[in-house]
Design a protein around this ligand. Structure first.
Ligand code: ADP
Ligand code: MG
Length: 869
C-alpha cells in the first residue's frame, strides 16, 4: 500500500489501475468511482476500511475504453518484474497514462474522428489556443480575440482541454463553458507549464532547436504558451518523449473562412440537427474517401474552408484532373484502400507502441506508393508532381520491412516469430537448434519404443513439466529403471530421463536466446524506422489529401458537379444549384435554383412562401455551395461564380435550442446581435425566420430593422427566408433588396409546391392547405377555416388583435358537430349579418358553402392571409 500511495500521489486526478497478479485493482475513492462507471463489484479489505474493485488483466482494453469515454484519466501501473523471481516487493511502474485527449491505441480511437487535445490561454488582450492530435502529431497554434476563443475551440472539437489551475477562486467559470460547448473533459495543469519561459524551453527541447524563429515565430505569444503546456502534458502521460510531434504550425487569422458553432450546427456540417448523427450531414454527403485518414481530413477541411484563391485553385485543379482520368483515379483509390491508417501507425511509432505486425503492415502499405506516384505523374499537373515528390524516398524502407518481417508477425515483441529466415545469422542458428530438435525428438521416441517394446510410447510437452515420455498403464511393467516418474494422468504415467532433460534445457535455452535476440533486433529496427517519421508523416498527409480529392472527383463525375470560378468581385452567382445532401437523396425530383447576389449592390434576397415550399432548403443550399467552393470541392450546380467570403453566418430556426434552457427568443437575438456586430461586406449571411419568437409586431419590426441594417449599412450577401410577407415591402423601398418567393400551383383543392424560386413576393401562406396535406381531418380544417374568417373580420387595429363582437362570439360558440351540410349552410346564412360583410368575405363565404354542399368544388379563389395585417 505504501507503493500504491506513492504512485497515486504522482498521478493526480487520474484513476490508478494497480497491477496485482491477474488483476488491475482500484483502491479507495478510485474503487468507488470505478465500480460505478464500470458496473463491477465493489469489495473491501482490511476489515472494510479499504474499498477495492478489480478488473481481470486480459480485459484491460475494453474497461479502459469505457473509462476514457466517461471522461476519466487512467494511469496504469504494471509489475515490471516476474513475481516468482522478485525478492521482497514486486517492482511496479506507471507505464502509461491514458486520457481522453491523448489516445494512440487503435482500440481506443474512432477510425473516422480525430482525437484532439487542446490548451487555452485566455489572456485579456490576446487569447491563445493550441491543439494537438497525438495520433498524428499535428500541433496547431492560433491567437485570437478573447471573445472568439470558445468559437475557435468549438471548431477544433477537442476531447480534452488543458487549463492553468488557480485562475481566480474556486472552479474556473471557463470550465463549464467548455463542457457545454465541446463536451470535452477539462484538466487543470500547473500554472508553471503555461509560463512563457518554461513553454519556450519545452518547445525548443522537443523540437531540438535554439529558438522558434525557424518555424516562423518571432516572439512568444499566448498560443505558444498553450503549446508548451501541451508538450509538458504529453511527455507526462506518455512517460517519455513523443518523437512524432510536428513543429507548431500557426493558423493565421485570415487563412480560413470563419464558421461559428451556431453556423456549423445550423448548416448540419458534421451532424444533423434532428438526430445528431453523421448520416444526413454535409460531411457524409461529400465523403467518398477510401481510407480513414481521408475521412478525418475531410472533416477538418469542411470546418476550415480556405480563403486563399490560389490554395483553393490547387485543390480544384487536382479534383478536375482526377475526375477526367478514371483509370488513374482508380489506381490511386485502390492504393488508398490497401494503404492502412499510415498516419496513426506513425503516431504509435512516435510513442514506441508499434508492434511487429503493425510494422509489417506499414511496410505493406508503403509498397503501394510507387503505383500512386506513377498515376500522379500521368496526370501531368504541377500540383500532382508536388504530391509525387512527397511520396518519394520510402521505397527502400518498404522493401526492408517486407523482406525482414514475417507476414504473420505477432502483436507481441518478446515471444519471437517476428523476423524471416536469413535476416540474421545468429537467429537462424538458434532457430536451427530447436528445429533440429524436432527431428531429434522423433528419433528419441523411436529409440525408446524399440528399447522398451512399448508401441504406444509417446514423447510430449507441456508448459509445467516440460518434455516427458508417456506410457499407458497396461505397459507400466515394461518401464526401464532409469525413467523417473513425473506425473500421473488418467490412463498413463509420465516420465523423464537425463538425456531428455539435457535436450530440453538446450532447446529451451536456444529458443529463449532467439526470442531475446528477435526482441533486440525489433527494437533496433523500430528505432531506425522512427528516424523516418517526418518523411512518413508528410507521405501520410499527402495520401490523406489525395483521398479527399479523389473522392470528390468521383462525386463530381457521378453528379455532374462543376468547378466554381473564383473572382475578385464580392458576388455570388449560381445557376441551377442543388442542395448537396437533399439532391443526392431524392435525385431528379430535386428542383435546381439560381442565385444572384452582389455585395454592395443587389445584396439581399428576401424569400417568402408557404410553409414547406422549400425556403430553408434553398438558403442553406446557397450557404453549403459557398462553403464547398471554399474547400476546393466542386459543387452541384451548372455554374457558380463567387468572390471569397470571410465568414458564413447562419441563424436557422430556434426549435432545436429549447434544450439549452435559455429562452429561444433570447438566443435568437444573441446570435443575431453577433451577426450584426461582426458581418463585413465580405460575409455571407443566412437568416431563417428571425423574429419569430416574439409577438407578431415586435418580431416584424425587428426583422425589418435587421434587414435594413444588413442591406444598407453592411451590404453583405444575405439570404433571408421569412414568413413576414410585409417585409417584402422593403424590396420596393431599398435598392439592395430583392424579393423572391417559392412558386406554388393550386391543383384541385391541393397546393403543389414547385420548389422553384421566382422573383416577387408570395401573397399568402397556405397554412390550412399544409394542414390538409398533413392529414388533419376535414371537419377540423373546415372549422379552422370558419374561425379564421371570424378572426380576420374582427381584427382590431388599435388593440392589435382580434376583438370579437357579441354576434361573432355566438357564432363561434355554435359548433355543430353532426349537421348535414344543407342545415349548416342554412344556419350560417341565418346568422349572417350582411352589413358586417366585405365583398371579399361574401365571395369567400359563398365559395365555402358551395364546397360544403359539393366537396368536388374547387377551393376558394383566394384564401384569407394567415397574418392579421
Ligand atoms: P420551408 O422552409 O419553406 O418551410 P423546407 O425548405 O423546409 O421548406 O422544405 C420542405 C420540404 O420540401 C423539404 O423537406 C424537401 O423535401 C422539399 N424540398 C425543398 N426544396 C426542394 C427542391 N428544390 N426540390 C425538391 N424538393 C424540395
Ligand atoms: Mg423553413
Amino acid at each position: 500500500m505504501r507503493q500504491y500511495r506513492e504512485q497515486k500521489a504522482r498521478v493526480g486526478d487520474a484513476l490508478l489501475l494497480f497491477r496485482m497478479g491477474d488483476f488491475y485493482e482500484l483502491f479507495y475513492d478510485d474503487a468507488v468511482l470505478g465500480a460505478k462507471l464500470l458496473g463491477i463489484a465493489l469489495t473491501s479489505r482490511d476489515g472494510g476500511r479499504t474499498p477495492l474493485a478489480g478488473i481481470p488483466h486480459h480485459a484491460l482494453e475494453s474497461y479502459l475504453a469505457r473509462l476514457v469515454a466517461a471522461g476519466q484519466k487512467v494511469a496504469i501501473s504494471e509489475q515490471i518484474e516476474d513475481a516468482s523471481q522478485a525478492r521482497g516487493l514486486v517492482r511496479r511502474e506507471i507505464v502509461r497514462i491514458v486520457t481522453p485527449g491523448t489516445l494512440t491505441d487503435e482500440a481506443l480511437l474512432d477510425r473516422l474522428t480525430s482525437n484532439v487535445l487542446a490548451a487555452l490561454v485566455p489572456h485579456e488582450r490576446e487569447a491563445g489556443l493550441a491543439t494537438l492530435e497525438l495520433a498524428s502529431g499535428e500541433l496547431i497554434v492560433q491567437t485570437c480575440e478573447p471573445a472568439h476563443l470558445l468559437d475557435e475551440l468549438g471548431r477544433a472539437a477537442p476531447a480534452e482541454v488543458l487549463l492553468a489551475e488557480g485562475r481566480g477562486v474556486g472552479r474556473d467559470p471557463l470550465e463549464e463553458e467548455i463542457r457545454q460547448r465541446t463536451g470535452a473533459a477539462v484538466t487543470y495543469r500547473s500554472v508553471a507549464d503555461f509560463q512563457p519561459h518554461r513553454a519556450l524551453g519545452l518547445l525548443t527541447e522537443q523540437f531540438q532547436t535554439r529558438d522558434l524563429t525557424g518555424f516562423g515565430f518571432e516572439r512568444m505569444d499566448a498560443s505558444l504558451q498553450a503549446a508548451g503546456a501541451l508538450v509538458a502534458y504529453v511527455r507526462e502521460t506518455q512517460q517519455g518523449a513523443a518523437r512524432h510531434l510536428r513543429p507548431p504550425r500557426r493558423r493565421a487569422p485570415r487563412e480560413h473562412v470563419v464558421l461559428d458553432p451556431t453556423t456549423l450546427r445550423a448548416l448540419e456540417i458534421e451532424r444533423t440537427l434532428r438526430t445528431g448523427q453523421r448520416e444526413g450531414s454535409l460531411l457524409e454527403a461529400v465523403d467518398r474517401t477510401a481510407n480513414p485518414m481521408g475521412a478525418r481530413l475531410l472533416r477538418q477541411w469542411l470546418c476550415f474552408p480556405l480563403r486563399d484563391p490560389v490554395a483553393i485553385g490547387r485543390r480544384q485543379g487536382l479534383v478536375e484532373a482526377l475526375r477526367s482520368d478514371g483509370r488513374r483515379r482508380g489506381i490511386i483509390r485502390e492504393a488508398l484502400r490497401e494503404l492502412g491508417d499510415l498516419e496513426r501507425m506513425v503516431g504509435r511509432l512516435g510513442v514506441q507502441r508499434t508492434h511487429p505486425r503493425e510494422l509489417r503492415a506499414l511496410g505493406d502499405g508503403l509498397r503501394r506508393l510507387p503505383a500512386v506516384r506513377e498515376a500522379l505523374r500521368g496526370l501531368g499537373l504541377t500540383e500532382a508532381e508536388e504530391l509525387c515528390a512527397v511520396l518519394d524516398g520510402l521505397d527502400a524502407l518498404a522493401e526492408r520491412l517486407c523482406s525482414t518481417l514475417r507476414r504473420d508477425a505477432p502483436v507481441t515483441v518478446r515471444e519471437g516469430g517476428i523476423f524471416a529466415e536469413g535476416v540474421h545469422p545468429e537467429l537462424d542458428r538458434l532457430r536451427g537448434i530447436s528445429r533440429d530438435g524436432q527431428s531429434w525428438l522423433a528419433e528419441f521416441q523411436a529409440r525408446q519404443i524399440e528399447r522398451t517394446g512399448i508401441p504406444s510410447l509417446k514423447v510430449g510437452y507441456n508448459r509445467i513439466f516440460g518434455y516427458y515420455i508417456e506410457v499407458t498403464h497396461p505397459h507400466r511393467e515394461r518401464v526401464p529403471s532409469d525413467y523417473r516418474r513425473r506425473q500421473t494422468v488418467k490412463n498413463a504415467e509420465r516420465y523423464v530421463t537425463d538425456e531428455l532433460q539435457r535436450y530440453e534445457s538446450e532447446v529451451l535455452a536456444a529458443q529463449s536466446r532467439a526470442n531475446d535476440l528477435e526482441h533486440e533486433l525489433f527494437i533496433e529496427l523500430r528505432e531506425s524506422v522512427a528516424l523516418e517519421i517526418p518523411r512518413l508523416q508528410a507521405a501520410a498527409r499527402a495520401m490523406a489529401e489525395l483521398d479527399v480529392l479523389a473522392g470528390w472527383a468521383e462525386l463530381a463525375r457521378a453528379g455532374r458537379w462543376c468547378r466554381p470560378e473564383l473572382v475578385d468581385e464580392p458576388l455570388l452567382y449560381i445557376e441551377q444549384g442543388r442542395h448537396p445532401v437533399l439532391s443526392q437523396r431524392i435525385g431528379p425530383a430535386f428542383v435546381p435554383n439560381d442565385t444572384e447576389l452582389l455585395a454592395g449592390g443587389r445584396s439581399l434576397a428576401l424569400i417568402t412562401g408557404p410553409n414547406m415550399a422549400g425556403k430553408s432548403t434553398y438558403i442553406r443550399q446557397v450557404a453549403l455551395l459557398t462553403l464547398l467552393a471554399h474547400c476546393g470541392c466542386l459543387v452541384p450546380a451548372a455554374r457558380m461564380r463567387l468572390g471569397v467570403v470571410d465568414r458564413i453566418f447562419t441563424r436557422v430556426g430556434a426549435s432545436d435550442e429549447l434544450a439549452r434552457g435559455q429562452s429561444t427568443f433570447m438566443i435568437e437575438m444573441l446570435e443575431t446581435s453577433n451577426i450584426l456586430h461582426n458581418a463585413t461586406r465580405d460575409s455571407l449571411v443566412i437568416l431563417d425566420e428571425v423574429g419569430r419568437g416574439t409577438s407578431t409586431f415586435d418580431g416584424l419590426a425587428l426583422a425589418w430593422a435587421i434587414t435594413e441594417h444588413l442591406a444598407t449599412r453592411c451590404g453583405c450577401r444575405t439570404l433571408f427566408a421569412t414568413h413576414y410577407h410585409e417585409l417584402t415591402e422593403l424590396a420596393e423601398l431599398l435598392e439592395p433588396v430583392q424579393a423572391l418567393n417559392v412558386a406554388v400551383r393550386e391543383y384541385e383543392d391541393q397546393v403543389v409546391f414547385l420548389h422553384r424560386i421566382v422573383p416577387g413576393a408570395a401573397d399568402r401562406s397556405y397554412g390550412l392547405h399544409v394542414a390538409r396535406l398533413a392529414g388533419i381531418p376535414a371537419a377540423v380544417l373546415e372549422r379552422a377555416h370558419a374561425v379564421l374568417i371570424e378572426l380576420e373580420r374582427s381584427f382590431d387595429r388599435q388593440a392589435r388583435r382580434p376583438v370579437l363582437a357579441a354576434a361573432q362570439r355566438r357564432r363561434l360558440r355554435q359548433l355543430r358537430l353532426f349537421e348535414e351540410p344543407e342545415e349548416a349552410v342554412v344556419r350560417e346564412l341565418r346568422e349572417l349579418n350582411p352589413a358586417e360583410l366585405t365583398p371579399q368575405h361574401a365571395l369567400e363565404t359563398i365559395a365555402l358553402w358551395r364546397r360544403k354542399l359539393d366537396p368536388q368544388e374547387p377551393p376558394a379563389p383566394s384564401a384569407a392571409p394567415e397574418s392579421p395585417a
